[in-house]
Design a protein around this ligand. Structure first.
Ligand SMILES: *Cc1c(COP(=O)(O)O)cnc(C)c1O
Length: 359
């Protein structure tokens, strides 16, 4: 059996969900499990949170259908709402909640011939300038939606924070106060906070929060270790050494012979590559754990393999265990070395990588 897999501890995800609840005691949390639960497996994660999360969120309709077809019974919020001719009646019947991001989506719900009302969240633009109605339009939209029999009475007003992970930025407070002033007139429940805001901006906590990244146990902040609130990394990306080779000074290793031995060296080959989602742009020196010891990546990441310099880790042998990220090596550190963020690494794990679930 291939030694390479993402080992996922589902109880860590449940524990991280409880951390999100503890940090925002007055809020309910919609567990965000879009993009295959940030690479962890949407159905498995939903099952692990089934007794605790009052609702789940995904990006688009098909992601919600996949969960429902797998037997997940909670309401599922569709963050981008309907994007094409998805059936509003089907959304209502399947207990999907629709984010309404623009006038077209609102009009489609208002003119729907569905016999059941759908639950809607209205997104308001407060500073990110991406999705959502302008505040001036939101007023009339709230009235039209509240008066429509096509909408359940508990409309939620929602916005998305642009800079919640920047602790010195004034933007979050501005966005919160813009949304609150609209909400005050309509007395509607609000939803503002993502993971970073749950952890750092209590003023953004509202009836509904939307934690994603933190559920998987990693800090959404660049200065990670300071703000991790005891989150438990849920995934270990694991593999093994499949070959070890002595390399003479001046000899190169891997495609392009990018890494050149400066002295007599020992190089280990590990059975993981960008075909699994290990970032191809990770440069030489990116840390890898071999038997728990940090060794540097050496040479280019290829589709099925990476190489590491074991010259100063002489005890290593074929079959030794490797951690690419996980409980002992923060994914944020690997991401930063590769010039990206942990979110992208998780979302980029490919279908061929097997996920192994531990309780
Ligand atoms: C993805 C997403 C979230 C979750 O964000 P995290 O930073 O992963 O916590 C929350 N709200 C919306 C609208 C999203 O698209």
């Amino acid at each position: 059996m291939r030694p390479t897999s993402a080992i996922v501890r589902l109880n860590a995800i449940a524990e991280n969900f409880r951390t999100a609840c503890r940090l925002a005691p007055g809020s309910q949390n919609v567990a965000v499990i879009k993009a295959n639960a940030y690479g962890h497996g949407a159905v498995e994660v939903a099952r692990a949170l089934q007794d605790e999360a009052p609702a789940f969120a995904v990006a688009f309709f098909e992601e919600a259908v996949q969960l429902r077809d797998a037997g997940i019974t909670q309401p599922i919020l569709i963050l981008q709402g309907t994007l094409g001719d998805e059936n509003i009646g089907e959304a209502a019947a399947r207990d999907f909640w629709l984010m309404l991001n623009n006038r077209q989506q609102i009009d489609r719900v208002l003119s729907s011939k569905s016999t059941r009302p759908v639950r809607a969240w209205l997104k308001v633009e407060t500073g990110m300038h991406r999705l959502g109605l302008e505040p001036e339009e939101a007023e009339s939209a709230c009235e039209a939606l509240s008066a429509s029999g096509n909408i359940q009475p508990d409309l939620v007003l929602c916005t998305q924070l642009a800079c919640a992970d920047e602790l010195a930025s004034p933007v979050t407070k501005q966005q919160v106060s813009r949304l609150s002033s609209i909400a005050a007139k309509h007395k509607l429940p609000l939803s503002i906070a993502n993971s970073a805001a749950i952890m750092a901006w209590p003023e953004s906590h509202a009836q509904w929060n939307r934690p994603g990244y933190m559920l998987y146990g990693n800090s959404p902040f660049a200065t990670a270790e300071k703000n991790n609130e005891g989150l438990l990394p849920a995934m270990t990306l694991a593999s093994e050494i499949i070959a070890i080779r002595e390399v003479a000074p001046g000899d190169g290793v891997g495609y392009g012979l990018d890494w050149v031995a400066q002295r007599q060296s020992r190089v280990g080959i590990i059975a993981i590559g960008y075909g699994d989602g290990y970032p191809r742009h990770a440069p030489g020196g990116t840390p890898v754990l071999v038997n728990g010891a940090r060794v540097p990546l050496a040479g280019r990441v290829s589709m099925d393999m990476i190489s590491v310099d074991l010259t100063y880790h002489r005890g290593a042998e074929i079959g030794d265990s490797v951690e690419l990220w996980g409980t002992n090596l923060s994914i944020n550190e690997v991401a930063s070395s590769a010039g990206t963020i942990g979110y992208e690494l998780l979302a980029g794990l490919t279908g061929r990588l097997s996920r192994v679930y531990r309780k």
